[in-house]
Design a protein around this ligand. Sequence first.
Ligand code: ADP
Length: 494
Amino acid sequence: ALPLSVPITLPNGIIYEQPTGLFINNEFVYPKQHKTFAVLSPSTEEEITQVYEAFKEDVDTAVDAANAAFHSKWSTSDPSTRTRVLYKLADLVEENAETLAYIEALDNGKSLQCSRGDVALTAAYFRSCAGWADKIKGSVIETGDTHFNYTRREPIGVCGQIIPWNFPLLMASWKLGPVLATGCTTVLKTAESTPLSALFLATLIKKAGVPAGVVNVISGFGPTAGAAVASHPKIKKVAFTGSTNIGRVIMKAAADSNLKKVTLELGGKSPNIVFNDADVKSTIQHLVTGIFYNTGEVCCAGSRIYVQSGIYNDIVAEFKRAAETLKIGNPFDEETFMGAQASQQQLDKILRYIDLGKKEGATVITGGERLGSKGYFVKPTIFGDVREDHQIVRDEIFGPVVTITKFETIEEVIALANNSDYGLAAGVHTDDLNKAITVANKINSGTIWVNTYNDFHPMVPFGGYSQSGIGREMGEEALDNYTQVKAVRIGLKQ
Ligand code: ADP
């Protein structure tokens, strides 16, 4: 049988111990059925290791552990305990930064450039949450001398958290940070194609002094382990990041089971708008980051570019050149910007959309094909001559594929930008702050980046309008999703 930990040699020669079991009650354990599944390296298509697979009965065990931990001192003791644990966890992430970055590049296929950024943001977010833990406050409400009213912000309880494969470690941190800050407990299910970094993070969680049962991490598939989490009667809140379709499934399961609270961070088709007065050089950089960062596997990717007519030809020429000079390939090459797509499934989906774009009559300005035949690499792809009703303009592709369209006026581009079922993010590039704010106010999305893109900060909330989601992650807003308000109204003796 597969041991609960296997040595893995990373491409930098370092050997580390990769846990393979389910992390329940601060121990790696075997699932009841002892089934395992393979984890592949997207850049080589070779098996990295097997890991153990959780089913419903294992979710039950993990939830019981989380439930017991929630009813321990964890959620009621002085919050400085949780502050200390989170600071320690941030330090441990930094101490293990290179190992984590290599694991992530190996498992997801993303470049080291990207995975190092993920690790840095993970540590920064845990540190930010450490600062929140002892700043969760209620209020006193004046209603006259006959009563005394106050509110408390209480932790919701046992959470279920389901994360995707595009930022496995970072998405784990966005989920676990607020759990630890507010005194909740959790069962976190990783995506089946990328379970490794969160299992390694679990070892750091234990080292940081998080009590047993507070954080449980399980590997498994959506329809089995994921569904068991979403419909579990003892889970009080489910947080999901992934596709809009599965978001709907999660919300239904939550409603049908016990009406658990739901937060969803879903898909997008985000507009990235360039006005005539934008600085060409920096704008190109933000268009590139917008769609090609993390191989386009970013929910808020700037996948619909709109350029004002006066600057259109310059932007298209420069953007094409930039896309053609991006270094794609071996994720472990220090120079690589774009690694591999995360899975065969994802590669196939992207190539299907590229074919569809061609069939729909769009023009391939650059790219438009797979790179090589081993590893899931796709050339940065820009489509011109698109129409708003083309599927490549409407659907989230989740790859390095972008459309570029010319516009004339502010009113026109606002209408184009808002012509989407999604509302996750948007970019606005201009030298005129008045224009930027006017457009930012009118665009239907949870994040607007002005003269920047894919630019995250732990203090700045992130989340979707419309079918891009419910609730916010990061910032003070993230804590609201993990606490509930209790109002206490006391009648005073007159
Ligand atoms: P993709 O289709 O791009 O893989 P998903 O939204 O399906 O994205 O996956 C995101 C996460 O949702 C993964 O952890 C996956 O296992 C999980 N998931 C998929 N289907 C379900 C489901 N029916 N119930 C609960 N979780 C699911």
